[in-house]
Design a protein around this ligand. Structure first.
Ligand code: APR
Length: 268
């Protein structure tokens, strides 16, 4: 059975359909991935090894350096536009309603900007910040103008990035390598529950390098869900899909996700 026929069968049923996306879905919007040839963890920076900047430990030592890097990435995300892959997921959510769940590792906000609503950003959101001392769990929109140079450390910026309650630094609301998933901010329990109840799990644009996404894949497969992976490169999700009678769609999300959306709409 080809992926589109599988989708039509699932769409005719009543089970939960879960999509799990990674940086690959945003690559065609011009946002670098992490582990690709031009990826953030591959290129790193002139002063730090890849991935050092995405840690609580580095923020504690050099908050301004970490902020400069995230303000640069936020500007890249703000300049990017949702692509056909993001738009296809909006159409599938419209067709499925409450049977649809989207778990994204991306912090770029492109799913939300495309119109997806049933979406859990399990690694946070680069446009949001919170108190680094956690004097409150409230989240706040990042007030720094997107086009302000990332290294322009004025008094006004330092004030804007200071917690108004306790005077400590505000920090980007993203999950760092030396931190842990939780339910309140990163929807850990909800993602595991969705994996347990999924009739279909579609993974798209992810290398399978992180913990919670791999747990989602393994739990969904173990509970008998059909797995479909979309990626131009080999990856653990594609292997898992093949091993469990699912589909590994070799190609890009902008090629495959609109095809899957047409299948859901019954217009293959
Ligand atoms: N369509 C589909 N997949 C693509 C495309 C595309 N157009 N372009 C690249 N890819 C695939 C690559 O083959 C790769 O498997 O996207 C994947 C990107 O992998 P990573 O760069 O590792 O990104 P991701 O899987 O999202 O990383 C997960 O790791 O460091 C953390 O927080 C970071 O959220 C990130 C997480």
């Amino acid at each position: 059975m080809d992926p589109a026929t599988t989708l039509e069968a699932v769409a005719a049923g009543d089970g939960l359909v879960v999509f799990l996306t990674g940086a690959g879905i945003s690559a065609e919007s011009g946002i670098p991935t992490f582990r690709g040839p031009e990826g953030y963890w591959t290129v790193g920076s002139t002063h730090y090894a890849p991935g050092d900047l995405a840690t609580r430990a580095m923020f504690a030592q050099r908050p301004d350096t970490v902020w400069s890097w995230y303000l640069h990435r936020r500007r890249v995300c703000a300049d990017a536009k949702p692509n056909a892959g993001h738009e296809a997921l909006v159409a599938i959510e419209r067709a499925l309603g409450d049977r649809f769940r989207l778990i994204t590792q991306n912090v770029d906000g492109l799913h939300r900007r495309a119109g997806s609503s049933r979406t859990w950003a399990i690694h946070g959101d680069i446009g949001t910040m919170r108190c680094a001392a956690e004097c409150t769990h409230d989240l706040a929109a990042n007030p720094i103008p997107v086009d302000e140079p990332p290294d322009a450390w004025t008094d006004a910026r330092r004030t804007a990035l200071t917690c108004p309650r306790c005077g400590e630094w505000m920090r980007p609301h993203v999950l760092w390598f030396d931190e842990y998933y939780d339910e309140a901010w990163f929807r850990f329990d909800s993602s595991i529950a969705a994996a347990s109840d999924a009739a279909l799990l579609v993974t798209a644009g992810t290398s399978g390098a992180t913990n919670l996404p791999m747990q989602v894949g393994r739990i969904a497969a173990a509970r008998g869900a059909t797995l479909i992976d979309v990626n131009p490169e080999p990856n653990p999700f594609a292997d898992l899909a093949r091993r469990t009678g699912g589909h590994a769609c070799t190609g890009t999300t902008s090629e495959w996700l609109p095809r899957l959306a047409r299948a859901f709409a019954g217009t293959t």
